[in-house]
Design a protein. Structure first.
Length: 94
C-alpha cells in the first residue's frame, strides 16, 4: 500500500500527465475534475492512457479504460494497478 506521501505523488503525476497531454495548466485540474469538464474525449483518453502506462510502467486493461470518468477515477485506478504490480514483484516467502 502506498504511503500518504507516495499517494500524493501519484495524484500529482497523474494530473501532470493529463495536463501535458491535453495542454492544460496543471493548476486548473483537481481530483474532482471530470473529463467532460476538461473537454477530454475518448481519443484524448486513449492518449492519456498510453502516457500513464509509460509514466508508471503499468498496463491499463481496455475494460478499465471505459470506467474512467474523472481525474479521481484515474488516480484510483493507477494506484490500484501500481499496488497489484508491486505485490506481484515481491519475492515469495520461503
Amino acid at each position: 500500500m502506498p504511503t500518504l506521501a507516495e499517494a500524493d505523488h501519484i495524484d500529482d503525476q497523474v494530473i501532470d500527465v493529463i495536463a501535458r497531454t491535453q495542454r492544460i495548466a496543471p493548476g486548473s485540474i483537481t481530483l474532482d475534475s471530470t473529463f467532460e469538464e476538461l473537454k477530454i474525449d475518448s481519443l484524448d483518453g486513449i492518449n492519456i492512457v498510453f502516457e500513464l502506462e509509460k509514466e508508471f510502467d503499468i498496463e491499463i486493461p481496455d475494460e478499465g479504460v471505459s470506467h474512467l470518468r474523472s481525474v479521481r477515477d484515474t488516480v484510483d485506478g493507477v494506484r490500484e494497478l501500481i499496488a497489484k504490480k508491486s505485490k506481484s514483484t515481491q519475492p515469495k516467502p520461503v
